[in-house]
Design a protein around this ligand. Sequence first.
Ligand code: TTP
Ligand code: MG
Length: 588
Amino acid sequence: MIDLDRPWPASKISFSNIIPQDYDCFYAQVIENQNPQLKAVPLGVKQKGILATCNYEARRRGVTKLMQIFEATKICPDLVLADGEDLSPFRDVSKRLYSLLEPFSWNKKIERLGLDEVFLDVTDLVAYNVELLNSNTLQQSFFCLSREDPEQGFPYDASAVSGCVHGSPPAPGDPSFTQYLRILVASHLAHYLRLKLEEEGYTCACGISSSKLLSKLAGNKNKPRNQTAIVAFGEDAIVSFMDEHKLRKVPGIGGRTTRLLEGHVLSKEMDPSVYTMECSVTVGQVRAHPGMSVPTLEKLLGGPGSEKGIGEKVWGLLHGVDNTEVKPASLIPTQISIEDTYKGLHELSEINRELRALSTSLLRRMHVDLVEEDPKRDAPGGSQRWVAHPKTIRLTTRPKTSPSDAIPYNAGRTSRSQPMPNFIFSFSMLRDAIIEKLASEVLLPMFLKLNPAQRQWNIGLINICAANMVVTGNDDGLGSGRDISAMFRRQEDVLREWTVYSDDGVPQNQGQGSPPNVDGEGAISGDNAPAPNDADFGNQGAEEEEDSGTKTWEEDGWHGTEHCHRCDLLIPAFALLAHQRYHATECD
Ligand code: TTP
Ligand code: MG
């Protein structure tokens, strides 16, 4: 109970309240909602040979996320397995729940991370409701959800924080008391939002604090179906909250940083290029290690390829300091990236098949995420319109490696980009025809440029990405009502030659048109990649996106004659593409 026998200061402090929601066993919940009888049984969602996730009934029996299927079924023989390869249902639910949460951020800062996490900045709504508190009637408070309609909201008991609490509440009059009130009020909003999501069939865990970092760590404290508010204020309290966490659990501290710092603290040689979620040191051990300071961190973590100011950033994170803002609401992704991994694709027919499969997914995703109904429009294809246009298509491939090769995961990953072809936006052309044209006329030639004809390929990953998104109607050079086809025709004229990029978006052949501004979101993470959960959020995880093996490509490095890898005919370089396309049709 809080005793408020004196008025508290007017809440004019700029203090954010952030509530991240992390849905419990997300893919499993989506499947359970489609088949409610699965709620009572141990359920695993499989993608290739592993469990992308499993429900809490399965977890009670010892099954874990990312366990191999054979191991999971050994531990839990009655595990029901559902297929999780098609991400569309997960994406659809994610969008629906996001739309439900959106109105609760008055400053319109609501950021989706992957499919199952949402950061909601509720600063304004909370500040408004702190002002409405009456110290004499705290137990009968009313949470007002609208400035215009005082009856829109819900009753709540403001004499205590809702849910789990970390720390001890300050006394009225303490300098941190206003911050405490905001956390208290935000905790009731979090509870209300959790109930709203549950009405839709989805439970989640959430955290309530003043930054993305602290609220995310708070949310992880009590899972599933729970919430935790941090009511520890002041530097010492926050530092001791941070100290107890394993270093790798801190959002923004990725695998490379963890291994370098772990090696330093334990005086052990550790290879930073080996991907791991494991970590044996806590934040406290690193922070209190003799000589630890910003310059020490900079020396340990800096150097070519590292993020600028890495020492200062990590020093801040170790002390619970994170000033990153929740990004403004948008359902339009900055890029759409689809990828798949393979045990090794060797034949052109296999490459063709996979390029078609990826093109099918890309087109479906583009239609789900970027097309909306437009009743005003009288156009071929009826009432649909594109709300955004990706200007660039990028193809990335990586050879197959195995862990025993001791080669960094992304070694040999190479990319090419070119303007997005106009036909992909057509509503009048049949979808199958678009897919066929995209795969055979755009992606296959790109693939062959990246992987010149050989006797045998050994492809371990293909990613296709619609990047450089231009939102229709924004003041972005496109302008509402302008003819998108005309723009693309102009762009194609300008960028007639393909531009070659390394994966960090740096053009390798400057001077061949302006480089598309391929942004960093998920540059290497594919459509099928997990939400950047415990380890990284937003650009803080940039270190994970280093490309250790990007080749640089010479645009004109393909002269002379080549043997066709299928029929062994000696073909002039300029005709090889057409020849291989001929084989491609043969394969079909
Ligand atoms: P998580 O939030 O990590 O897991 P979860 O929601 O299943 O479970 P929890 O209750 O612990 O939050 O990831 C969200 C979804 O992302 C998850 O349901 C499945 C998917 N996913 C992958 O596809 N691959 C992965 O490696 C991980 C970790 C998750
Ligand atoms: Mg989750």
